[in-house]
Design a protein around this ligand. Structure first.
Ligand code: CAA
Ligand code: FAD
Length: 379
């Protein structure tokens, strides 16, 4: 066992930390309040190579490992989870899926601009009536010979309007169940594709979440990823890595909240001493720090397994389950440590608490992570 990060990993973490402080922190409260997408910040993250972190340089990426990805996601999420979800979706759902399963032509045409951050991607699995039960896809992709005819609605799509490239799962042959689903690359602007209104959310309000409507959209056959019927496995396999990203996002939200709570506890006085001198507060901080460290180790372990070519589906589900529960618990406690000040926007912790909630829901709810984990446990 070796717990030390390499010098390169430490440098990457420091770069993300500096970026979060200098580029994300200013304006984060206003972006949250006005639901403003962090467009300039995402552009700069792309220029720094953070949108195609794990993609090979051959396809415009930075060729970093999954451990570095966890470090970057933690640092960005301490400050702005609305920006970090863009990073997570682009890296681990879109770029990863294309690099691992896309054809050479698809990589040349779609992956390179996504990995360079010139374009943003979206991953479209959920539907109004198919969330956790993702095999129940109602969106159809009828095989028309040289193209698929795509019809249906996708719900809750992150980067819904800011993306240019959409990976859309759809049912081609319902009689085959999950084996009848295809993953298609759909470009923004194609006839019949419309983007619904932006959702007005509790948290990650800077991230643009939209429903997407497809009405007789003609998707060329060469835009299918993998063999006919591979779409569900594509989605599940891609989500295994996505869950590492969201676990690291939850970790960052929790560790950001702890940092704020520690700072506040050292400054605020009550009954003649600082809060940090009260054992009730000390114990809260101890519990928060312990859960965060456990979450960090689970995230890093899942990333390590991925980097070393070992199965990581169960490990990523465990990391996401534990880190997201930790994010929720920790942010609630961080607000409590701040007292009334925690309830107002200037102190940042109320936003972290609202942002934490989504980590228990997207990329598979906590209940779905337990389903994935228990299935492995019972094997
Ligand atoms: N890798 C490869 N194949 C997999 C797989 C994996 N991780 N998991 C399942 N499969 C395969 C199975 O082996 C099976 O194939 P065979 O029939 O050949 O054996 C097929 O897929 C169907 O699998 P299941 O029988 O396990 O399917 P299920 O109906 O029981 O559902 C589930 C499994 C885990 C509940 C799945 O539906 C699921 O993960 N649901 C949650 C959906 C989700 O996470 N959505 C996230 C949307 S993206 C998002 O949220 C992004 C964001 O917010 C930022
Ligand atoms: P449901 O599946 O209806 O679940 C409702 C409740 O029932 C949950 O508590 C769930 O855990 C529980 N439940 C359901 N089935 C079971 C079971 N078998 N056992 C135990 N409990 C169960 N999706 C995308 O495809 N792409 C995106 O980019 C994306 N971004 C999102 C961004 C936001 C802000 C949000 C809110 C969602 C996003 N999603 C995205 C969708 C997200 O993945 C789904 O919301 C999630 O998978 C849950 O699906 P659902 O909302 O339909 O809830």
């Amino acid at each position: 066992m070796y717990f030390e990060l390499s010098e390169e990993q430490k440098m990457i973490r420091q770069a993300a930390r500096d970026f979060a402080q200098t580029e994300l922190k200013p304006g984060v409260i206003e972006r949250d309040e006005h639901q403003k997408f962090p467009a300039e910040q995402i552009k700069k993250l792309g220029e720094l190579g953070f949108l195609g972190m794990m993609v090979s340089p051959q396809y415009g990426g930075s060729g970093m490992d999954a451990i570095s990805y966890v470090l970057v996601m933690e640092e960005l999420s301490k400050i702005d989870a609305s920006a970090s979800v863009v990073v997570s979706v682009n890296n681990s759902l879109v770029c990863y899926g294309l690099e691992k399963y896309g054809s050479e032509e698809q990589k040349q045409k779609y992956l390179i601009p996504l990995a360079k951050g010139e374009k943003i991607g979206a991953f479209c699995l959920s539907e109004p009536e198919a969330g956790s039960d993702a095999t129940s896809q109602r969106t159809t992709a009828i095989d028309m010979g040289d193209h698929y005819l795509l019809n249906g609605t996708k719900n809750w799509i992150t980067n819904g309007s800011s993306a240019s490239t959409y990976l859309v799962m759809a049912q081609t042959d319902a009689s085959k169940g999950s084996h009848g689903i295809n993953a298609l690359i759909v470009e923004k602007g194609i006839e019949g594709f419309t983007i619904g209104a932006k959702e007005n959310k509790m948290g990650i309000r800077g991230s643009d979440t939209h429903s997407l409507m497809f009405n007789d959209v003609k998707v060329p056959k060469e835009n299918r990823i993998g063999e006919d019927g591979f779409g569900f496995k594509f989605a599940m396999s891609t989500l295994e890595g996505g869950r590492i990203g969201i676990a690291a996002q939850a970790l960052g939200i929790a560790s950001g909240a702890l940092e704020l709570a520690v700072q506040y506890a050292k400054e605020r006085t009550a009954f003649g001493k600082t809060l940090a001198n009260l054992q009730a507060i000390q114990f809260k901080l101890a519990d928060m720090a312990t859960d965060i460290e456990a979450a960090r180790l689970l995230c890093l372990r899942a990333a390590w397994l991925k980097d070393n070519g070992k199965p990581y589906g169960q490990a990523s589900a465990m990391a996401k389950l534990f880190a997201s529960e930790t994010a929720m618990k920790t942010t609630i406690e961080a607000v409590q440590v701040h007292g009334g000040y925690g309830f107002v926007k200037e102190y940042h912790v109320e936003r972290l608490m609202r942002d934490a909630k989504i980590t228990q829901i997207y990329e598979g709810t906590s209940e779905i992570q337990k389903f994935v984990i228990s299935r492995e446990v019972l094997k």
